[in-house]
Design a protein around this ligand. Structure first.
Ligand code: PMP
Length: 305
């Protein structure tokens, strides 16, 4: 990935992709304290636009706050950087990755005395869990790894270190032939996917775990709340057990990368009809209308680059 053309915004400057490098003694590389975002730009009917840019930037600053890191840029500057990397890399649509990390002035667990750095990169990225998965649904396995407890790592921060848990769960599931992992919280209740929030549908009502299960406060999750309201569907946030997923009529994952991906199977048990359910399909289609600029009600969620 390092060996390509293009530009990356690093600490206020656009630098050549190949030159956007850090030192091996970078604090975050050793101890894992950093924060990041995943943002998408879509080729909308009104041109290229970033979806819910301000909400992503706010979450990045909140993640940094939780991790006691002071970002040396304003939110406006970080918004501009994200738009600029889409433009500079000539992308009509793509994925944007802002990252905040601790520098290389000194090592030791205490990061005090180190500089805080920020970068934004962007590249083209299609369906995260595959085009086929978007239509047919994906196969998911309950992970043997437990999701972070809310007082071990900070689960409302999109923290770099939280993702070792996601990586282990995703690798275990994909090595076993599944598409993605579902993680349970420390009490055994459904939390989220390795990089996605989960929703289930039973008798026309939509359920999703409340955030005390350690799931990230997903921006796509919030978008689904709006879509459900528009479709006249109730969303209930509550504790969910894995067997409630088995006997749900429909289930789907949400995320900036995963968008709205139906789940057709959990632990080799078919969910509902074993394919994308009708309500999921409606929600998916409403989601793609919004992100592609076809729903004027949500035009304010799209920031033109
Ligand atoms: N949970 C985790 C662990 C994630 O990594 C993501 C992706 N950011 C999500 C949920 C979904 O969040 P969002 O919809 O804001 O991308």
């Amino acid at each position: 990935m390092a060996d390509r053309d293009g530009k990356i915004w690093m600490d206020g400057q656009m630098v050549d992709w190949r030159d956007a490098k850090i030192h091996v003694l970078t604090h975050t590389l050793h101890y894992g304290c950093g924060a990041f975002e995943g943002v998408r730009a879509y080729n909308t009917v009104n041109g290229t636009a970033v979806f819910r840019l301000q909400e992503h930037t706010e979450r990045l600053f909140n993640s940094a706050k939780i991790l006691r890191m002071k970002i040396p840029f304003t939110q406006e500057a970080v918004n501009e950087a994200q738009k600029a990397v889409i433009r500079e890399n000539n992308l009509e649509s793509g994925y944007i990755r802002p990252l905040v990390w601790i520098g290389d002035q000194k090592l030791g667990v205490s990061p005090k005395g180190n500089q805080i750095h920020v970068m934004c990169a962007a590249w083209a990225w299609g369906a995260y869990l595959g085009e086929e998965g978007m239509k047919r649904g994906i196969r998911v396995k309950t992970s043997s790894y437990t999701r972070h407890h809310v007082n071990i790592t900070m689960t409302q921060a999109k923290a770099v270190s939280n993702y070792s848990n996601s990586i282990l769960a995703n690798m275990e599931a994909t090595d076993d032939g599944y598409d993605e992992a579902l993680l349970l919280d420390a009490s055994g209740f459904v939390s989220e996917g390795a990089g996605e929030n989960i929703f289930i549908i039973k008798n026309g009502v939509i359920y999703t775990p409340d955030l005390s299960a350690g799931a990230l406060n997903g921006i796509t999750r919030n978008t689904i709340f709006h879509i459900a309201k528009d479709l006249g569907l109730e969303v209930v946030q509550k504790r969910i057990t894995r067997d409630e997923v088995y006997i749900a009529d429909e289930a789907f994952f949400t995320g900036t990368a995963a968008e709205v991906t139906p789940i057709r199977e959990l632990d080799r048990i078919e969910i509902g009809s074993g394919s994308r359910g009708p309500i999921t399909e409606k929600i998916q289609s409403a989601f793609f209308d919004i992100v592609n600029g076809r729903n004027p009600k949500y035009a304010h969620w799209l920031t033109k680059v």
